[in-house]
Design a protein around this ligand. Structure first.
Ligand code: NAD
Ligand code: MG
Length: 398
């Protein structure tokens, strides 16, 4: 039985993970479930899965949940805050950790799982954007098994040569016959919208993704295409691939989840319904394939598949992410922090949709710290970049 910790259990990825887990009670046992503030949802999940531990964002919430679970006769122990997350991510009895917290808040716990040598199912792409080198070094040092959950990276993982896929230290992709990685992108809800009207879109419109149902932060990132920018950085670290070998292709139907092109001209792709339970199931029991509850793709129904290059004028966030990756050092971490501040401000209607890119760009211009060398200095860059983004928000009078 695999003992599984689900970090961010109440979110979109967390719920899909538990859906797959529940289909295979003979294979998986839930060791710990965590949430930030969603006490009621976490309680219901605890009542269904009987984890050994649960974690909530602060002591008061944790005490409340502890009391409620006792009343239901459950022996689950409830922990609080970051220390609780780190404890359940690195506990010796755990073998698999789903890292599905949103944003930089997920970094310490996903890093702890990597350091402890777990099978890490990484949904939290921000971990690699903030601390790609440190995280990959930790994976290598501990011998952790890193499996990507992001659908594009999971697709790439599936279509890479097996020796390259499973190597902890990789040679240049060209020496494995790989010409380039093609990351597909739906283009989000505003792919064809008149750019002159983008300043007036609402959080509700930005969160209404045409193909995927996701948390609010990643939905806004998909609408700005910052999500694809973060994914380019994620692919760079996950697959030891130089930025010039990573291309983005707009593919509105989200059926082809990404591709790898080889030197002989072959392109291998992974296809499927846009349902995160596919990559989750693939990673949960890798290398075995298990039932995920995903409806089969009906070729007769979806008609044409289209592909075309992205428009960097319409989607400045994608350009900013490519620039941050080329600049390297601390710049991807600054990009990520400024984006989190901007998305949060947009979701609470403090800035307009088009201000997100403006805010990220000016923060990148004004704050260019030295490359962080450890986790502490990475988190310090993140904190300062957030402060700078708040200053820029005032200066821009967004
Ligand atoms: P979500 O907003 O639906 O869920 C986030 C989860 O994290 C919740 O359980 C929440 O309680 C927890 N959380 C939020 N803030 C926290 C904090 N400060 N401390 C501890 N826990 C906190 O998000 P999601 O859509 O499930 O995305 C999770 C991660 O997976 C993100 O990094 C996202 O980019 C990535 N991802 C999601 C999808 C998708 O389809 N939803 C696809 C690919 C990658
Ligand atoms: Mg993705």
């Amino acid at each position: 039985m695999r003992q599984i910790t689900v970090l961010g259990a109440t979110g979109s990825i967390g719920v899909s993970t538990l859906d797959v887990v529940a289909r295979h009670p003979e294979r998986f046992q839930v060791f710990a479930l965590t949430a930030h503030r969603q006490l009621d949802k976490l309680r219901e999940q605890c009542l269904q899965f009987h984890p050994r531990y649960a974690v909530l964002g602060d002591e008061a919430l944790a005490a409340q949940l502890q009391q409620q679970l006792r009343e239901h006769g459950l022996s689950t122990e409830v922990l609080a805050g970051e220390a609780g997350l780190v404890a359940v991510a690195s506990h010796p009895d755990v073998d698999t950790v789903m890292a599905a917290i949103v944003g930089a808040a997920g970094l310490p716990s996903s890093f702890a799982a990597a350091q402890a040598g777990k099978r890490v199912l990484l949904a939290n792409k921000e971990t690699l954007v903030l601390a790609g080198k440190l995280f990959m070094d930790a994976v290598q040092a501990s011998g952790a098994q890193l499996l990507p959950i992001d659908s594009e990276h999971n697709a790439i993982f599936q279509t890479l040569p097996r020796d390259y896929r499973n190597a902890l230290v990789r040679e240049h992709p060209r020496s494995h016959g790989i010409r380039r990685i093609l990351l597909t992108a739906s283009g989000g809800p505003f792919r064809d919208r008149d750019p002159a009207t983008l300043h007036e879109v609402t959080p509700e419109q930005a969160c209404a993704h045409p193909n995927w149902s996701m948390g609010r932060k990643i939905s806004v990132d998909s609408a700005t295409m910052m999500n694809k920018g973060l994914e380019v950085i994620e692919a760079h670290w996950l697959f030891s691939t130089p930025v010039e070998l990573i291309d983005v292709v707009i593919h509105p139907q989200s059926i082809v989840h990404s591709m790898v092109e080889y030197l002989d001209g072959s392109i291998l792709a992974q296809l499927g319904s846009p349902d995160m339970r596919t990559p989750i199931a693939y990673a949960l029991d890798y290398p075995q394939r298990i039932e995920a509850g995903v409806s089969p793709l009906e070729f007769g129904k979806f008609g044409a598949l289209n592909f075309y290059p992205p428009d960097l004028q319409r989607f400045p966030c994608l350009r900013l992410a490519f620039d941050a990756l080329r600049a390297a050092g601390a710049m991807p971490a600054v990009l990520n922090a400024a984006n989190e501040v901007a998305v949060d401000a947009f979701l609470s209607r403090r800035i307009r949709f088009t201000d997100i890119a403006r805010l990220v760009e000016t923060t990148l211009e004004h704050y260019q710290p030295a490359a962080p060398s450890d986790m502490e200095s990475t988190l310090a860059v993140d904190t300062e970049a957030r402060r700078q983004a708040m200053v820029q928000m005032k200066a821009l009078a967004c």
